[in-house]
Design a protein around this ligand. Structure first.
Ligand code: UT7
Length: 357
């Protein structure tokens, strides 16, 4: 157990939120830009220069949101030294669930987290940040003590593999963190802001496919099904480079910090050019900007915890480090937070990343 250990219900002096462990999981199959060039009219040079992406992992047979989320969760629980049955809450941020009724309960069952309530939260690529803040509110309210927050997506299910504008961008994966009640003066969530603008929803969609079905007996209903992902890339790009610096500046101000006091910039991994533009706006040196786009592309709700875990395990992010983080994407939705990493120092060996095939 970590030093933040508390009783099942938290008293008023334990209403802070400590981030005490992380984990990640990736599918086995690695697909390079050159592999995609055989599918659609694209090239390694175009994809790298426009996005920074070199490859992505795609879920294959036997792999799913449930399996990836469960692996990432197990790694995070091990990292924190917790048993699954100590969890009160599991929130799974995903836009590509295995079951529209909820995938989090499958993860709960797979983990054996018998005491935890488990539910999905959908906010596309902002989902992990929204879920993290949601879990933190339960802990701050005193109704939950130990929470698992997972970001997991399998957007390869919903990509049009004939559309070069989108199919080169996305990958599959999962990342997770565990949160624990702690003394308020040690709270690791220093500030957050969340935003939505549904009037710009059409910029990025995975929309219900309207198809009517005549039911015997005389009435007509819609049939279930979705269109593949459709994106106005330029509009989403402009939205990201305009809104992310604004919301980041707000959370830094809320936390009474300057960008130079933050150890790491941890943005949703959508495009290296977005990362570079935001870093430049805050005069953050490139070596303080976390990026794994080259290896995994855009894994939607998974990017932030996946990147965090990688940087924690390889020793870049150390206990006590401050991270300015921002998620953004479909909805449109976006947000930012200032976080402190309080988890164990790097152990290196407990990741759930399989070798690629
Ligand atoms: O995670 C959710 C948030 N998502 C994002 O933040 C994504 C934001 N948007 C972007 O990252 C970029 O807009 C993209 C990477 C999606 C596209 O880059 P771009 O520089 O905005 O390219 P574009 O859409 O302006 O397209 C430029 C050209 C077009 O050709 P024409 O019309 O100029 O002849 C496209 O058809 O590039 C073409 N193109 C491609 N060419 C080769 C588009 N996709 C490809 C491709 N390979 N894969």
């Amino acid at each position: 157990m970590s030093e933040h250990t508390v009783s099942p219900r938290s008293p008023a002096d334990l209403r802070g939120v400590a981030v005490v462990g992380s984990g990640r999981a990736l599918p086995r199959t690695r697909v390079s830009n050159d592999d995609l060039s055989a599918l659609v009219d694209t090239s390694d040079d175009w994809i790298r220069s426009r996005t920074g992406i070199g490859a992505r992992r795609l879920a294959g047979p036997g792999e799913s949101v449930t399996t990836m989320a469960t692996e990432a969760a197990r790694a995070a629980l091990n990292h924190a030294g917790w048993d699954a049955d100590q969890l009160d809450l599991i929130i799974l941020a995903t836009s590509s669930p295995d079951d529209l009724f909820g995938t989090a309960p499958r993860v709960q069952a797979a983990l054996g987290a018998h005491q935890a309530v488990a539910f999905d939260l959908t906010a596309a690529c902002s989902g992990f940040l929204f879920a993290l803040v949601t879990a933190a509110q339960y802990i701050r309210a005193g109704s939950m003590c130990r929470a698992l927050v997972i970001g997991a997506d399998q957007l390869s299910r919903w990509v049009d593999w004939t559309d070069r504008r989108t199919c080169v961008l996305f990958g599959d994966g999962a990342g997770a963190v565990v949160l624990e009640a702690c003394a308020p003066d040690r709270d690791d969530l220093l500030a957050f802001r969340l935003r939505s603008d549904g009037s710009r929803q059409a910029c990025l969609t995975l929309a219900h496919r309207e198809r009517l079905r005549d039911v015997q007996g005389g009435f007509t209903t819609e049939e279930g099904g979705f269109h593949p992902i459709a994106m106005n890339g330029q509009e989403v790009y402009k939205f990201a480079v305009r809104e992310v610096p604004i919301v980041l500046a707000q959370v830094l101000r809320d936390a009474d910090l300057e960008a130079r006091q933050v150890d790491w910039l941890l943005l949703h991994q959508a495009n290296q050019r977005i990362l570079d533009a935001v870093a430049e706006r805050f005069s953050v040196a490139p070596e303080r900007v976390l990026s794994n786009l080259e290896s995994y592309g855009n894994t939607s709700a998974a990017t932030i915890p996946l990147m965090l875990d990688e940087a924690v395990r390889d020793g870049r992010v150390q206990p006590g480090h401050l991270l300015a983080t921002s998620g953004f994407g479909a909805g449109l939705s976006w947000g930012a937070a200032v976080l402190r990493w309080s988890g164990p120092p790097p152990s290196g060996s407990a990741t759930a990343e399989p070798p690629s095939t």
